[in-house]
Design a protein around this ligand. Sequence first.
Ligand code: AMP
Length: 281
Amino acid sequence: MIETRTRESLRSALAEVRAGSKRLALVPTMGYLHEGHLSLVDRARDGADVVALSIFVNPLQFGPGEDLRAYPRDLERDRALAGERGVDLLFAPEEAEMYPEGTPQVTVDPGPLAERLCGAYRPGHFRGVLTVVARLFGLFQPDVAVFGRKDFQQGVLIARMARDLEMPVEVVVAPTTRAVDGLAMSSRNAYLSEEERGEATRLSRALFRSRDRARSGERDAAELLRGVREDLAGSPHLRMQYAEIVHPETLEPVEVAEEGSVLALAAFCGETRLIDNVVLS
Ligand code: AMP
């Protein structure tokens, strides 16, 4: 595995690994890698000759009072995991390397899709995400970029950005990897106390129960969401931020759940904000 920390060395490494017009896949991450990230590396490998993984905790996507400084970091461990999983090129820039001119003046306006779901509670978050992803696309010029379904709205917005701005990259959104008890893997799970970790399982259980109810014929979105609230109620640690059933592309709330509608939620477990979603089918 080649490791680069600067844009300059990235450029020469890319020229080397792409020689002979090899197909390049990029997996952007904020590090503290877990099996969810590594499953994206596997997916990236499927459609490409060269797999690159970036690690950058992007300040632009954190709001004031969010966990930018506390965000877990362990480059040594990440390097080992990425290498074992067959990543060809690791890019882990410092902030001054990623944004050499300071905070970018020109940023990507994520438009109305960013006002829904998480965007309603995290103003500026998706502008920060799209701006760094656009920058990574500029640096790597990947043929394909792989993102995780766990961050449902993020995947929708990145795919939309690539379409609306005619970016020559195929955006792939790969399935959510879960712990054996169902909790969606996340770097932020590291914040959870043992007791909170136990309670956090309720989130995916509520989503799965709702999906089962939809499968058995319950189509009324309000009723399905009532069930989710009921499943999460009474926990000393969980505080739901939102639960919505939406159209998978417009993110508009639906009244009647249809094949492909997405049930997405965000909740605080103690101080930790967790998100998860399922497709209703
Ligand atoms: P992050 O490091 O949290 O910014 O995530 C980097 C990428 O990994 C994003 O595309 C996430 O959607 C994806 N990802 C994070 N957790 C999971 C998971 N449990 N399963 C699949 N993909 C994930």
